[in-house]
Design a protein around this ligand. Sequence first.
Ligand code: HEC
Length: 190
Amino acid sequence: MTRCLVWLAIILLPVVILGGMWVARRDPTKPNWALPTQMATSPAYKAQSSNPVFVNQATMQTPVEGTLPRGAHAFHYAQTDADRKQAGKELANPFQPTPETLQRGQRVFQTFCLVCHGESGRGDGPIIPKFPNPPNFLSAQSRQLSDGEMFHTITLGRKKMASYAAQVPWDDRWRVILYIRSLQNQKGKP
Ligand code: HEC
């Protein structure tokens, strides 16, 4: 009797396994079978999809004029020398040259600015002279610039220097200015 059962199992086992595999087989080119949950197929409109609710049919709406996203800063200056002067008068550096601030400023400087402005700020970065010389930060003229004027230059760019607003966030721009100040305060020939 037990023998009979063993033989039956030996014959049935492949049938069960292969049959199970056949039932569970799936076409890898098609998405797997899934319960339609609201997590997977959200009823909300997708950011890029069209939208019958709004007049302009777009789900992603442009911000209302005069509003700022959270954490954003307004910068009401044009890319002119007059506005640079104005920014110099009105904007103050919110940071103090603490070791942490300077360390962050150095990191930003070495990542984005060193190529042109040079390790010590003398305008002798590795890209020079393929790229026209930037001013020497240790010169009297650069020392006279206020933090606000520097901030204006970094934010909007000036002449050959492009804007670094996209690469360097607002707070980091103030920190990198303090780092430039620390370069200016180092002893040595300009
Ligand atoms: C592609 C080269 C290049 C890079 C990179 C660059 N700069 Fe400049 N930068 C210049 C040039 C050229 C000028 C001179 C612009 C002008 O004629 O007013 C300048 C001017 C400046 C000035 C004004 C100095 C003065 O005496 O007028 C500041 C401040 C400054 N850069 C900061 C930075 C900071 C901070 C970074 C990095 C976030 C940076 N720059 C990256 C080329 C560069």
